[in-house]
Write a protein that binds this ligand. Sequence first.
Ligand code: MOS
Length: 762
Amino acid sequence: MSTAAPDPKANMGQPAPRYDAVAKVTGRATYGADQKLPRPAYAWLVTSAIAKGRINGFDLADANHVRGVIEIITHENAEKLKTAKLFSDGGYASTTIQPLTSPTISHDGEILAVVLAETLEAAREAAYRVKVDTTAETPTASFDSPGAATEAAKGKSAQFTEDPKVGDFAKAFEQAAVKISADYETPTQHHNAIELFATSCVWNGDMLTIYEPSQFVYGLKNGVAEQLGIEPDKVRVISPYIGGAFGSKASMNARTAIIASIARRLGRAVKLVVPRDQGFTTATYRAETRHSVSLAASQDGRLTALRHEGWEVTSRPDNYLVGGTTTTTRLYACPNIESKVSIVHADRNTPGFMRSPPEVPYLFALESAMDELAVALKIDPVELRRINDTMVEPIDGKSYTSRSLMACFDEAAAAFGWAKRNPQPKSMSDGDWLIGYGCAATCYPTMMAPAAARVRLHRDGAVRVEIAGHEIGTGAYTVIAQAAARRLGVPLERVSVEMGDSNLPPAPVAGGSNSTASTCSAVAMVCDQIRERLLKATMPADSLVDKAKSTVGLGQTPTEQAAKSDRPIDIEAAFDRLGVNVIEEFGEWKPDGAPLDSFRAMYKGQTRMVGGEKVKAGIAYAFGAEFVELRVNKYTGEIRVPRMVGAFAAGHIMNPRTARSQLLGGLIWGLSSALHEATEIDERTARYVNDNLADYLIPVNADVPSVDVILLSEQDDKINPLGIKGVGELGNVGTNAAVCNALYHATGQRIRKLPVRLEKIE
Ligand code: MOS
């Protein structure tokens, strides 16, 4: 695997090294739990050992005997916090299940008590000595458990109002020359970011400061204020670095307001670091899904009918759902499409966003089914995608703003050596190993959201950018600095960026791969405002109007070309003329088609995301193609994946180095979802069994020998001023299908239930 930063191609920025690299490798980067607090009380959670039932009472005598215990909070003495509304219903929270409000237990590992002590060790020791007397009822664990309540997803969430449909699927399927139907299944997965969930709260008078790794500091600030019944202005959230999140730190967890309330009650700082096992139940996860897919085609491979039905598990009270049919019904040309999504309520904690939430499970089903159809048609799977490639999505007839799916397939196929593949299953081997080649498409909607930024340019050329964006490990500091440097024509080293603080101008949730497009668009726009002031100051009055119009970007006009054609600005002269040492500009940017209340919502910590099939210019997606070589030992069934190749096109690439890193990580996570990851649930007790990194399998270096990432040049002037599509979640979509397709090619065995493990090989 080559580790060099790729050379930029057309429409790509420089592969600048990470802005935060030195701070991270030298330990200077301060994560949530690193914050030094004045005399903190340490909190430890007591969580439920049953998934359904009620608390009869607590025996705290033993716990209170531990030296250093300050107080134990249960539903009997906790402050009654206001119930939080779900993120997808216009609220801030990842769950409406609010612990410490009643004796009812709704899921495994629910918070039943919080122990406060002078030391971490005392808090933990006392927590283990808390005795909870409960009455258990039989819980519903998952799809097949008694009490599972299935209902149509349509209309249950603001994000999913319609099951996409066009033409007459039933008739077309019946009449089709070639058809396949199959059922697929994906397991429960937990994010397992290396940085644990942590919350520290400090009150200064009526001002609350929260140190917590967060993908959305404005959301958390407003959400906690609402739960505590205080003004949002009284809350500040600080989160400059995040050690992995993947969606798990995007919406507010119940623990934050609880810790804030306890800190207020004790009149001192409180610090909580949630251990890994408790993170499985007090935060969110990717719920298990089921799929039924039917595809039909004419003999020449043109799709004539497509049906995708999905089922997703959620908690008893909440309607969290991902609804991936929005994407799978629009990926290929097809005149007759039907789809349906159902949610299945069980006695579980509420699931939530996990990297490419809809696409990972739903494209597993569709891209596996496409491979099955290719086999039935005796057509090369790459060619099947080509035959059904389209610039117009079939549901609403919208045009893709750009689409390089087949270019990705062709580049990746060439780099992989797809031409060497003998299409016959079980036809390729090397000693004891059967060899299979498989491929799949990936796609991810282009998302954008309103963002604000403040930029200061100093006389000496130093630039300061302030924006409440989030560095979740993706390279956000770096690309934002690049956007400012390029726009202002200053060297990258002169730019400093401040992020992850709710006192800064608001940025959207770092989710849906929208951050680069949103924050860089806002920063570029504000830099243009500075350029405009400088230009005005240095230009003779008569040329001012024309010059400003023709070369300086205003609002949403693409100004890359303006930036290039402009004469260099003499900053010293401009500052002299203006009689200042610093120029500061502030601006609010929103994507085309953002609703009228977007800016107001932005300050309230609500993201009005515009993306995918809802962009003004048509339908906007990034695309890619992934190829996998898989080997299965003929005798032991051992599975190895010696190499993966992915080619991706995502509009303007701000930084090929950080983009490659995102896609590389994505491919590896995709491999993980195919071969390793699953949270095991005890069907009888509705409890997670492998809630630790010893038993929750993820790939190690030996599992990932060679991964190649190819970045394609793609220009899209329709989506946003910089033409950015986002790459954060593109890499791990489809990989699971590519692995299973390769497994079929190697062995002739089709595995439709993830993860694929040795015991499933016949
Ligand atoms: Mo992501 S799952 O949109 O953080």
